[in-house]
Design a protein around this ligand. Sequence first.
Ligand code: SRM
Ligand code: SF4
Length: 581
Amino acid sequence: MNSPEKLSPVEGLKTGSNFLRGTIAQELASDVASFGKESGQLLKHHGTYQQDDRDTRKVIRDSGKTGKKDKSFSMMVRTKIPGGKLTSAQLLSELDLCDEVGNTTLRITTRQGLQLHGVLKSNLQHTIRRINEVQMSTLGACGDVNRNVMCCPAPHYGDPVHQQLQDLADQLASYFAPRTTAYHEIWLTDEDHPDEPQLVGGGSDGHEIEPIYGNRYLPRKFKMAIGLPSDNCADIYANDLGLMAICDSSQIIGYNVVVGGGFGVTPSAAKTFPAVAKRLTFVTPDQVIDVSRAIVEVQRDYGDRSDRKRARMKYVIADWGLDKFKAKVEEYYGHSLPAPNPEDVQCFDDHLGWNEQGDGRWYYGLNVENGRIKDEGELRLKSALRQICTTLRPAIRLTSNQSILFCDVAAEDKAALEKLLTEHGVKLTNQISTVRRWSIACPAMPTCGLAVAESERALPGIIDQLEVELARLGLSDEVFTVRMTGCPNGCARPYNSDVGLVGKTLGKYTILVGGRVVGDRLNFLYKDLVAEADVVPTLVPLLIYFKQERTSGESFGDFCHRKGADDLAAWADNYAAQSTT
Ligand code: SRM
Ligand code: SF4
């Protein structure tokens, strides 16, 4: 464990906050438009981030009228949705909020959650209350705790395995939810009716102290995901703790546990790096919670609390090696743990289009470009969702690719669902290109304070160009992932994708290649500091190479991985030289 004098300032803040209270309530009651820095840090644990509109900030600065960088503050509010599972009523409630108090858009996140942006401080309590009134919660959606638990969202009712996975996601989410009553006091207690029972949103059972976390919480965020060998759509290898169900016919006999995935990188700090998780052990269903707890506790006690850049569990594992880490987990768990089962992830299903659920009903997976639900021009996705949720009332599931599944649809309602979508200018799954379907981007500008480049606003144009080039090369049907972020923190998981586009500085990107859809391998550097307009032209030589020299059935990522960085660079240089002669 780290000595107290080495603790980072955030550690002192958490410890002194009286279980995440700090001065949030007092600041909330004041008329000042923004929270102070310390409350801003604590508020993350309550599921909300203070942001400022970077477009507006720029306009004010550029206008030269004030001579300073004025900021218009607002809050991003993130709802934690285990396994991406919600009802039509819950989605409608979030849609109402985005219009009433947000920036009129709602965003599906890469961890199957939902985000509101642009909520004024004066509307924050009302917003969090409303989310809890429909039995959802923002508690622990951000902060140094276990984040939203991801899980394959497919409602395959004919196969009990999927239901068991969803149940496990709920169990883990509830077990690792913060227990502080601060959340209820600050957001959910009704001042006019102090004696009435407090509203309780998903996940917290109201214990006064934190049995798992203690008063310092974890050194950093912690992430869990659950998948299957046949479907790694929860991208388990990008998580601190991944669970892969091992099945015998339709029974789960246990889980392979993978540990230490994480993608945040600070380019200036060589000590930071992205990592895919390592295979640790196999546990039976009755052991899974206790072993998960032991892993979280090892990270709690040995994660680096002196340096937040190196505080994720991947660094404990890198510093110790997997054997030492496993021995420590065994010590906390109290028993030795076996080697993992030989099975590993093989496929990734994006669950789009029509699929039978196995109970006579259907689900329809719809791509939502970069997760943004909005009405803009011809595209009126937000209105379409409103109508679908009020008339057909399907169950809703969100995917890790920022898509939406409309579930429990009767065969006779299939045409009505498609009609509602097309009437609102929404393209159906079979009307969008394969490359767009498999692409995702993080929000970046204008809301993300860490963005150094555009992402969500840039990717659609890049995909437009890629569509043209892929069609020209006869590669339109190739399935490969393109994932873009506005900085190296990796929120759209660009480091295990076939093509990763990572914002390096304004307008310039690092291009990475060689990961793959199934997500168990890091990609590698192809070109750095590529201007946005040059991204597709820079990829074209690789696509040509792929077309010429791929083996039968080989994917783009596997091809790049087989050729390796040096060979790809040599090919690209040669291609460029020939193009200029
Ligand atoms: Fe993230 C920070 C958005 C998934 C790694 N992430 C942020 C913040 C809160 C920026 C900030 O700290 O000020 C972003 C808010 C932007 C905005 O305007 O909304 C942000 N992250 C997102 C979302 C919304 C991106 C999206 O396109 O959906 C995702 C929310 C998921 C959720 O519902 O919980 C999101 N973030 C991820 C993922 C992917 C995942 O978990 O599967 C990663 C990579 C995996 C990982 O954790 O390593 C990720 N976000 C980060 C990091 C780097 C962490 C690190 O270990 O260094 C940061 C920066 C930080 O924590 O200091 C960050
Ligand atoms: Fe912001 Fe960077 Fe995350 Fe994108 S990857 S949302 S720019 S922190």
